[in-house]
Write a new protein. Structure first.
Length: 178
């Protein structure tokens, strides 16, 4: 069993410790800072644990599978597996839903290629950072639709000398909260 298979298996086993909370699909991209390349991303996020610190602040733990591509002539694709902590800060609840801002920071992960076009990481170890805004839309009594718009970034946070991050300025997530 290779390293990536072990990481995915560990994430699935950990997700069984708590009831499923949110499942989301993501798609986005945009220009990569300091280069002429454009990056794209799509993926699947699964938040399996939620701690309600207060009514207005929730902490989520989840796993993210992300495919990254670029229009650069070489090193066109990277796959990432990340575990993330996420903080949601809620605004005033509305009739139509519940708006919030969120941050995923320092989510450790594995990238299968440390190059994406002109950008390079020193190793296959990377952190996922994602910040944005979203809304839980009233859908039915048992679940809510989730819509989020964000900026997504992968880097090693300068733990290693080579740290040219992979950026995705506009990412749309859509899913369901169980």
């Amino acid at each position: 069993m290779n390293f990536l298979s072990r990481v995915v298996l560990a994430g699935l086993l950990l997700s069984g410790l708590a009831q499923a909370d949110e499942l989301m699909l993501s798609y986005g991209g945009g220009p990569q800072q300091s280069t002429s390349q454009n990056n794209r991303t799509y993926g699947l996020d699964y938040s399996f644990f939620r701690f309600e610190r207060t009514e207005r602040q929730h902490i989520l733990i989840g796993v993210s599978l992300t495919q990254m591509t670029t229009d650069a002539p070489n090193d066109k694709s990277v796959f990432a597996f990340s575990v993330y902590p996420q903080v949601n800060l809620y605004l005033r609840k509305r009739r139509w839903g519940h708006p919030f801002v969120f941050a995923r920071a320092l989510g450790p992960g594995y990238i299968n290629n440390n190059r994406l076009g002109a950008r390079q990481q020193a190793h296959h170890f990377s952190f996922l950072t994602q910040v944005g805004a979203g809304v839980y839309l009233n859908w039915n009594k048992k679940s809510d639709a989730v819509l989020m718009l964000s900026f997504k970034h992968f880097s090693n946070n300068n733990l290693f000398r080579t740290n040219k991050g992979f950026d995705f300025p506009f990412v749309l997530n859509f899913g369901i909260k169980f």
